[in-house]
Write a protein that binds this ligand. Structure first.
Ligand code: ATP
Ligand code: MG
Length: 332
């Protein structure tokens, strides 16, 4: 089976609806056709200011939420990045063939440093795309499901794989970005022209998968809507109601057209009340399942250990080959 690799940073106390519909739902579906490696990028999470105790807790929450979403540890490797040292080891090798100018062109670094300026950003945030390339190449992944925001990093990964192969001999599979068409991009409820984001959105702009159902419902009811009152899908003119239609469609499986027809002639208010109930009905069991999984840390530890063991079986073979090709004397 071809291999697929993806991760979602443990940089908040919960993942959100955007992560679920933009990523996890596809991850779960891909398990049928791919050998999947899904990881919690704790090494990436330390490239911005953070609290160690929070990172530890968030890593468990991340694992529990991925399991609640349907990642199946019997079929897929679910693990913490720091449990597989080969990621960091390969990143160092790749940093030797990455141009400084090439790394400087990565737009995520620019985006994430606009506020503080690059002077205060960490070197780790700058080299982040190199570690991400290592995450992918160490598994010889054929495909990487990512949002549009990560396309440039996958391009860099492909360049580095080809460069290494060219200089040192065929070593890496050159991965394809798997940008799933028709995947919902969810926007901030209060600023519907920005994407819903763990680190950038205000609390009322995000539906966390661990939100209390009543609170989640309230956030939908108080979501920013546009002027006018007709319910139709028009991202340019009506980003607020369009985002709510996307969420409605993602949660019910109904097409946007169907929903628009169903609510024809009704006010925003009635539509929001209906959607708030649908959202509450989604987060309620999801939260309950996550909390149940979180109550058994020993079991989570075992699942992560098993995932890391499987991951290392693959990662160690790649690293060995890379070290050999690089000219390092191998220990006997
Ligand atoms: P951060 O603000 O820390 O970057 P994030 O909310 O962007 O957090 P990530 O951990 O960067 O989340 O992304 C995890 C996965 O979720 C990625 O595949 C990303 O493309 C997807 N994703 C993130 N936000 C959204 C969104 N609003 N809609 C759809 N997909 C999303
Ligand atoms: Mg992001």
């Amino acid at each position: 089976r071809p291999r697929v690799l993806s991760g979602a940073q443990p940089t908040a106390d919960s993942y959100h609806l955007g992560n679920y519909f933009g990523a996890f739902k596809q991850w779960v579906a891909l398990q049928d056709d791919f050998e999947a490696f899904y990881f919690i990028p704790d090494l990436h999470a330390i490239t911005i200011e953070y609290d160690p105790a929070a990172l530890r807790e968030r890593t468990y929450i991340a694992a529990a939420q991925l399991l609640a979403a349907g990642v199946d540890p019997q079929r897929s490797a679910l693990f913490a990045q720091s449990h597989v040292p080969e990621h960091a080891q390969l990143a160092w090798v790749l940093s030797g063939i990455t141009g400084f100018g090439e790394a400087s062109r990565m737009t995520q670094f620019k985006d994430k440093t606009v506020k503080g300026g690059s002077e205060s950003a960490s070197v780790g945030l700058f080299t982040y795309p190199i570690l991400m390339a290592a995450d992918i190449l160490i598994y010889q992944a054929d495909s990487v499901p990512v949002g549009e925001d990560q396309r440039q990093h996958v391009e860099l990964t492909r360049d580095l794989a080809q460069r290494f192969n060219h200089r040192f001999g065929e070593t890496f599979t050159v991965p394809k970005p798997h940008i799933v068409k028709g995947v919902s991009k969810i926007y901030d409820l209060q600023e519907p022209t920005n994407k819903m984001s763990k680190s950038q959105s205000s609390p009322n702009g995000v539906i966390d998968l661990l939100d209390d159902p009543k609170k989640a419902a309230k956030k939908i009811r108080s979501a920013m809507t546009d002027s006018g009152s007709d319910i139709r899908y028009d991202v340019a003119e009506k980003p607020g109601i369009s985002n709510l239609l996307t969420i409605y469609s993602a949660l019910t499986g109904q097409s946007i057209d169907e929903i628009v027809t169903q609510y024809e002639g009704q006010q925003y208010g009635a539509f929001k009340v209906a959607l708030s109930q649908i959202v509450a009905d989604f987060v309620e069991p999801f939260g309950a399942r996550t909390r149940e999984l979180l109550s058994d840390r020993g079991e989570l530890d075992r699942i992560l250990a098993k995932g890391a063991e499987r991951a290392r079986e693959v990662a160690s073979v790649t690293l060995d080959l890379v070290y050999d090709r690089s000219g390092f004397v191998r220990p006997v």
